[in-house]
Design a protein around this ligand. Structure first.
Ligand SMILES: N[C@@H](CCC(=O)N[C@@H](CS)C(=O)NCC(=O)O)C(=O)O
Length: 216
């Protein structure tokens, strides 16, 4: 199978999962500016795309993430067993990230996105971030103490928000979460492979950060 991705885009979430699963896969980087190659692969002309071994092409980050977990029998990464509340809490977060965060920030990349729409989108996203920050008050990851595909999708979106100059420093739980996620070997490997240009510089970890991550 082959992942079609753009550097640092939401396709990085699938890249992280592929690394977490430890399975063999190919990758092809595409440009989002010149979409000639992307359009050859799918009329959707956006990433991520997964080209399956039989040549079929699958789109939509949320779908690809769930497909790969089920195919590799890693139900823990989708929160839990089919029909369990844990699984659907994970899907709930996945949908939240996809529709409430990712879809809201996409337009902010466009120079045509000007006020008042720009401010509205910023404010709506800030509200979502507050919700995430509150949720992380008593958890290491979105659904509890174990990482899931919802986290893989969220961390990529948080990096994108930083790139868009959102000030995430006011959300202390989110900042600790970013540190925690960025330390995962699968995240380090996937980001390293994409050589993400926009990887933000982090402030050094304090004793308090380490304590909150259970690492002191
Ligand atoms: N509905 C898709 C949206 C994916 C998406 O917005 N991808 C962005 C990169 S983060 C993209 O390729 N944008 C290029 C474009 O839409 O022209 C999904 O959830 O996977």
């Amino acid at each position: 199978m082959k992942l079609i991705y753009a550097k640092g885009a939401c396709s990085l979430s699938v890249h992280i999962l592929l690394e977490e699963l430890g399975i063999a896969y190919d990758c092809e980087i595409v440009s989002l500016k010149d979409k000639t190659r992307l359009e050859e692969i799918s009329p959707k002309s956006y990433v991520p795309l997964l080209v399956l071994d039989n040549g079929e092409v699958m789109g939509e980050a949320s779908c690809i993430l769930q497909y790969l977990c089920e195919k590799q029998h890693r139900l823990d990464l989708i929160g839990g067993a089919p029909g369990s509340i844990e699984k659907f809490r994970c899907i709930e977060w996945l949908d939240f990230v996809s529709t409430e965060i990712h879809k809201a920030v996409g337009p902010l990349f466009s120079k045509d996105c000007i006020d008042p729409l720009r401010t509205t989108l910023f404010q709506a996203t800030e509200k979502r971030l507050e919700y995430i920050n509150d949720n992380l008050d008593d958890k290491s990851f979105l659904t509890g103490e174990k990482v899931t595909i919802a986290d893989m999708y969220l961390i990529v979106n948080l990096h994108i928000l930083e790139h868009l100059k959102f000030d995430l420093n006011k959300y202390s739980n989110i900042m600790n979460y970013i540190h925690r996620m960025d330390c995962l070997p699968s995240v380090i490997r996937a980001m390293g492979q994409e050589e993400a240009e926009h990887t933000p510089k982090r402030r050094p970890l304090t004793e308090k950060d380490l304590a909150s991550m259970g690492l002191s």
